[in-house]
Design a protein around this ligand. Structure first.
Ligand code: ZN
Length: 233
């Protein structure tokens, strides 16, 4: 068993012949699997801090400057505090914290990886079930809540889940602009272009999140005029 989490995203070595399906126990180091609850959960959370969001790395952002999964979830959780009255903001915060939790074990699988979207979702559900089961003896209510919040988000079955889905896109757009600013300022490779990511705006449905996103985009447009000359050099 590997001593640290390695996100190969494919079948872990040695499992190819045995055609059994991926399980969280295949990738979580034995030293962590053996921990008592809830320490096992606390230790797994660390991987959200250390796992970089793969999309940025694929686009050439330097690893040292690439945000982690928990960086992304934290800003979404803080944004969720500002949810309008018709949605339960506390529930939105909880969904934001849980929505990418499975990536602590599964890793940040992107469409470029050799894993189908169905298999990605299956691994994520397995991981959430694994975490939830491990937390049963500590707090059965919280354990069940982690699963239900995760599923709610996946199925977009409540107003809160849909609101947080939109925040996921807003947070992504904002981060895109921030990295593009870093490029403008010479902190990243000058050939990096991320503007196509801004198309995510069209998928945002809630009017409040649309307004927040438009504010972000308008601000970028204003700032862009100042850097136009830089691009022409
Ligand atoms: Zn996310």
């Amino acid at each position: 068993m590997a001593q640290k989490l390695e996100y190969s995203h494919g079948e872990p070595t040695g499992l190819k012949e045995a055609t059994r399906l991926w399980t969280p126990g295949d990738i979580i180091p034995q030293s962590i699997l053996e921990l008592p609850t809830p320490l096992l959960f606390f230790r797994l959370l660390r991987f959200l801090k250390t796992t970089k969001r793969q999309g940025w790395l694929d686009r050439g952002i330097q690893a040292q400057n690439t945000e982690s999964i928990s960086d992304h979830m934290y800003r979404m959780a803080a944004m969720s505090l500002l949810a309008p009255e018709e949605v339960d903001s506390r529930k939105c915060v909880a969904i934001a914290i849980v929505h990418d939790l499975a990536e602590a074990v599964v890793g940040d699988i992107t469409p470029h990886d050799d894993v189908t979207p169905e298999e990605k979702h299956r691994r994520e559900r397995e991981t959430i079930e694994f975490i939830s089961e491990s937390l049963q003896p500590v707090n059965a209510k919280a354990a069940a809540e982690i699963t239900s919040l995760y599923l709610e988000y996946e199925h977009e079955s409540t107003a809160e889940a849909r609101f947080v889905k939109d925040l996921d896109k807003l947070e992504f757009i904002l981060q895109t602009i921030e990295y593009q600013e870093d490029v403008d300022q010479g902190k990243e490779d000058q050939s990096i272009r991320l503007n196509d990511f801004l198309n995510a705006r069209h998928k945002i449905k809630h009017t409040v999140v649309q307004q927040w996103t438009d504010q972000v985009l308008q601000q970028r447009e204003k700032a862009k005029d100042k850097v136009e000359l830089y691009y022409l050099k």
